[in-house]
Design a protein around this ligand. Structure first.
Ligand SMILES: [Zn+2]
Length: 484
């Protein structure tokens, strides 16, 4: 309730400040008030395999399938009575903060959200997996609690993971040390009680679920803006508008679910919407969201979108980087290792989202590499990494999970995918020497020992190549097709 009151105050202030017509803002407020919270992971639709490319829009969390009022939470029998109470504390925290859908414990398995245990690699404390349908709406969520909780109480860890299930993204530890939703680092200092920023994100998440069909536009500013300072955000409207059209256009811009952000001015200049914003110095570091409505004169149609950008205490300069990962499998566990290979050149913490087969969205408390249980067979693994602000990278590869225990595997040399574009994986024992030849027998590349992929240099022609694997007692050559 507290959250809604803050929203009301904020929206009312915005109306008097910058607009003459309140209809759009009222519509937004009513939607938020009625449907309130749900979610906003920086979620994304799979867009085919690509490397190192920027997200061109902020992918939007779309809420739960069927927009339920209540989600059931099942806590499985691996938790003691005392541990179940800790998870109930977490459930109450989100309900008390105004979460819609509300959360309600059930004794029937599975719940919409299910708590279970899993044995993780040591750097993984908890994992939330949201399953989505073809529309991108969440259909179920599984929360796995690690044996090692890294010094976090169960109630704090459970609060964090439940936040993902209702649509909140990880936040930057360095800038938001008291957030329960921070993606890495120690306790938030209050054993998992929500911070003001957690509550703001909950409100924005609710609005995002309501506005699932609304376009999103990221501001063109190359860096995050600073809390507590005035900033001008520019949004590309896609066409140049003549002055007389601009004069007759109604421009309505307001913050979404954010009592710490204020719109000071908003106007169109040629092809840009320019929005002057000011934020409270206490504004958390993360995303900012603006509801934008532009009412153009005939014959132009109205334009509505969410303007988004980043606000951050420690703005990162724009850089490009890549986040390739390697994959290996041992006795039913699949390891996705990316941390050591990520080329991010700055000191900011990073956030990752792993998407399996386009429908399983995995968030991991504590950051780091992933250890997963996957069914045998082919899987598409997509990794999104960002620095909680302007810089991001994407990497995807098809993997084949054999399900065969390591001890039963014969030594084999495998290249996949084949044919490939950009990069192929090389499966072989660690001490294998790998040499790549072209059709004429010329050496094209010698792969450094320990590296299990081949990424041809950009000037190498497409065509057929031969990959030779050589160990102490074996030699094998695999024909591979490199194509566009
Ligand atoms: Zn998380």
């Amino acid at each position: 309730m507290g959250t809604n009151l803050k929203l009301l105050t904020n929206y009312t202030a915005m109306e008097t400040k910058i607009t003459n017509s309140f209809s759009f803002i009222k519509k937004y407020f009513v939607l938020i008030a009625l449907l309130a919270a749900a979610s906003i992971y920086l979620f994304s639709q799979p867009q085919g395999v690509r490397l190192g490319s920027d997200r061109d829009v902020i992918p939007g969390y779309q809420g739960w399938s069927g927009d339920p009022d209540t989600l059931t939470v099942y806590i499985d029998t691996s938790f003691t009575a005392e541990e179940k109470d800790s998870i109930r504390t977490a459930i109450s925290r989100w309900n008390d903060a105004g979460s819609v859908p509300r959360l309600r414990e059930t004794s029937d398995a599975p719940g919409n959200i299910s708590f279970t245990r899993h044995t993780f690699a040591s750097d993984t404390l908890g994992l939330c997996t949201n399953s989505t349908d073809a529309n991108g709406d969440v259909t179920s969520s599984t929360i796995q609690i690690g044996e090692d909780q890294g010094g976090l109480s169960l109630s704090e860890l459970a609060t964090h993971e439940l936040g993902h299930a209702i649509g909140l993204a990880d936040t930057d530890e360095a800038a938001n040390p008291s957030d329960v939703m921070k993606g890495t680092g120690p306790t938030n200092g209050s054993d998992g009680t929500l911070s003001a920023h957690d509550s703001t994100e909950l409100a924005a998440a609710g609005a995002a679920a309501v506005a699932e069909d609304t376009d999103k536009k990221v501001a063109m500013n190359p860096m995050a803006i600073l809390p507590g300072e005035f900033a001008m955000l520019d949004f590309d409207l896609g066409e140049v508008f003549p002055p007389d059209v601009i004069d007759q256009t109604g421009v309505f811009v307001s913050p979404i679910g954010d009592p710490y952000l204020f719109v000071e001015s908003a106007f169109i200049e040629a092809n840009l919407l320019r929005v002057g914003v000011f934020s409270d110095p206490l504004h958390g570091s993360g995303n900012l969201y603006l509801a934008v409505e532009l009412l153009f004169p005939e014959p132009y149609s109205p334009m509505r979108f969410w303007g988004t950008h980043y606000i951050h205490m420690f703005p990162a300069e724009p850089v490009t980087f890549e986040c390739p990962f390697s994959f290996n499998e041992d006795d039913g566990n699949v390891h996705i290792d990316w941390v050591e290979q990520c080329t991010y050149p700055l000191q900011h913490p990073l956030r990752a989202e792993l998407v399996v087969d386009g429908t399983e969205h995995i968030y991991q408390r504590g950051g780091g590499n992933y250890t997963l249980m996957l069914d045998p067979g082919p899987h598409l693994i997509e990794l999104y990494v960002d620095d909680y602000q302007v810089n991001n990278a994407y990497y995807a590869q098809d993997i084949l999970v054999t399900g065969v225990p390591e001890s039963e595997k014969a030594i084999d040399f495998v290249v996949y995918p084949n044919p490939f574009s950009q990069l192929c994986r090389l499966e072989c024992p660690d001490d294998t020497r790998i040499t790549i030849y072209d059709m004429s027998g010329n050496i094209v590349c010698e792969i450094q020992e320990g590296i299990k992929h081949w990424k041809p240099s950009l000037d190498l022609a497409f065509g057929i190549y031969f990959i030779q694997f050589r160990t102490e007692d074996q030699i094998k050559t695999v024909k591979v097709i490199y194509r566009n």
